[in-house]
Design a protein around this ligand. Structure first.
Ligand SMILES: N[C@@H](CCC(=O)N[C@@H](CS)C(=O)NCC(=O)O)C(=O)O
Length: 267
């Protein structure tokens, strides 16, 4: 998938639905940096990531170097961003708070939502074909039926996806949503300070798959497409302040970019 083809671009290697990849896309788009996204179907992505010197996605390849972790990508982009577009505050105390929250979302929320969601949707081949295949090369889409069972069984093993781990992941997700709701209870507009930061961006991206966020880069399943147990949780979380907040961030902080991209693709 090529975006902004008129200028020289960074390369971003991704798996379509990955919420770690969404972090990198959003940061690149917010900073108005042209990039070419190279989407891959798992486990075929490993050919591209190992060639770039990494393993997981996202990987950002730039003239200044290759970044193989979503937080390293955000840090790098922040270094080259100017003023308003910066994702980390310059004040050291506020920056520390942003880093701490973002790390919690990276290490707890991201993996918990992945485990919980995959537990429910892994048997739905049609949905998985969209989530892992949308925008990937046609040859990889054609190989999906062979690749999917392999990638699914690897993912079940390395991410320990079981009924028990899905239930405990949901506990972690709810406690992080409660912490975020408590933080927002004083009426603040953003999680840290008075500006949008990497903490907000990370929370919105990681939460998106459980909130069926419509502006996400890959079409996430709506409530009507989800198994009823998932739909009930999604509905419940959308209605609490943290869930409403994450969806608002996509609408208010991302939607203009999203519309621009759709217009660009249509034009
Ligand atoms: N710490 C990494 C984690 C990224 C991650 O877990 N990516 C997953 C997709 S959600 C992945 O690439 N899984 C397949 C693999 O490891 O080969 C980051 O922030 O970039």
């Amino acid at each position: 998938m090529q975006k902004y083809p008129q200028k020289p671009a960074f390369r971003l290697i991704t798996i379509p639905v990955s919420h770690y990849c969404e972090k990198a896309r959003w940061a690149l788009e917010r900073l108005n940096i042209p990039y070419i996204e190279e989407r891959h179907v798992p486990p075929i992505h490993r050919l591209a990531t190992s060639q770039a010197g990494g393993s997981s996605v996202p990987i950002l390849i730039t003239e200044a170097g290759t970044f193989t972790d979503s937080t390293d990508i955000l840090h790098y982009l922040d270094r080259i961003a100017s003023g308003e577009a910066k994702l980390y505050p310059t004040d050291p105390q506020l920056r520390h708070e942003v880093e701490q929250l973002a790390a919690l979302f990276d290490t707890q929320l991201g993996p918990s939502i992945r485990c919980w969601a995959y537990f429910y949707v892994f048997d739905d081949w049609q949905l998985m074909r969209r989530l892992w295949g949308e925008g990937t090369p046609l040859v990889e889409q054609a190989l999906f039926s062979i690749a999917f069972p392999i990638a699914r069984s690897i993912a079940r093993r390395i991410y320990n996806i079981t009924a028990d781990s899905a239930a405990s992941s949901l506990g972690t997700i709810k406690s992080i949503f409660e912490m975020v709701s408590d933080r927002l209870a004083d009426g603040r507009r953003y999680l840290v300070g008075d500006r949008f930061s990497a903490a907000d961006l990370s929370f919105a991206c990681f939460a998106a798959p459980i909130l069926a966020t419509p502006e996400y880069s890959v079409r996430l399943p709506g409530l009507h497409e989800l198994p009823s147990q998932m739909a009930a949780v999604s509905q419940e979380l959308q209605e609490i302040p943290a869930g409403a907040y994450a969806r608002r961030l996509f609408r208010q902080e991302r939607l203009h970019k999203y519309l621009e991209e759709r217009l660009h693709l249509a034009g």
